[in-house]
Design a protein around this ligand. Structure first.
Ligand code: CMP
Length: 145
C-alpha cells in the first residue's frame, strides 16, 4: 500500500548529531520526504502522542525525555512506508536490534532509543501525522530515482 508514516528523531538522536544519517537512510531506501520540522515538544503534545502508554510505569520518564530537547519530526511516504520504517528502525529495545538497523547501529538504551516511527496499527500513522503537522506543511512532488 502506498502510504505515509510519522517518524521522529528523538532528543538523544538530535543531541548526538544523528539527524543527517537517519534522513539519508530513508532517502537512500527510496522513501519520499513530504514533511519535516525541527521542534520542541511540549507536555500536552507529549501526553497526547504517548496516550496509549499513560498507565505504564515508565510514562513520566517517557514524557520528560521526549520534552527534554528538540526533536526532528518527519513524514515519509512510499510503498508500505509504515512497515519499511519499522524494519529499518529495529526493535524497541536497541540492545535487541540487529546491526544495520538504526537502533542497532546507534543505541543501547531502551528509553533513549534514538527514533520513533508509527506502529502498523490501523490509523496510527494518520493520527500522529495530524498531531504534528498541518495539512499545508506536507508537500507533494515527484521523487526521481
Ligand atoms: P517508542 O516505541 O518510540 O514509544 C514508546 C517508548 O517507550 C519506547 O519507544 C521506549 O523508548 C519507551 N519504553 C518502552 N518500554 C519501556 C520501559 N520498559 N522502560 C522505559 N522506557 C520504555
Amino acid at each position: 500500500e502506498h502510504e505515509r508514516t510519522f517518524v521522529m528523531v528523538k532528543p538523544d538522536g538530535v543531541q548526538r548529531g544523528l539527524v543527517g544519517d537517519i534522513v539519508a537512510r530513508f532517502e537512500e531506501r527510496g522513501l519520499k520526504l513530504v514533511g519535516g520540522k525541527f521542534m520542541r515538544i511540549d507536555r500536552d503534545l507529549a501526553e497526547e502522542h504517548y496516550g496509549e502508554h499513560e498507565d505504564k510505569p515508565f510514562f513520566d520518564d517517557l514524557v520528560s525525555f521526549i520534552t527534554s530537547g528538540p526533536v526532528f519530526a518527519m513524514v515519509w511516504e512510499g510503498q508500505d512506508a509504515v512497515a519499511q520504517v519499522r524494519t529499518m528502525m529495529g526493535e524497541t529495545d536497541p540492545a535487541e536490534s540487529a546491526p544495520g538497523t538504526i537502533r542497532g547501529d546507534f543505541g543501547l538504551d531502551l528509553g533513549r532509543n534514538v527514533i520513533h516511527g508509527s506502529d502498523t496499527e490501523e490509523g496510527s500513522a494518520e493520527r500522529e501525522i495530524d498531531l504534528f503537522f498541518a495539512a499545508d506543511e506536507l508537500l507533494d512532488y515527484e521523487r526521481v530515482d
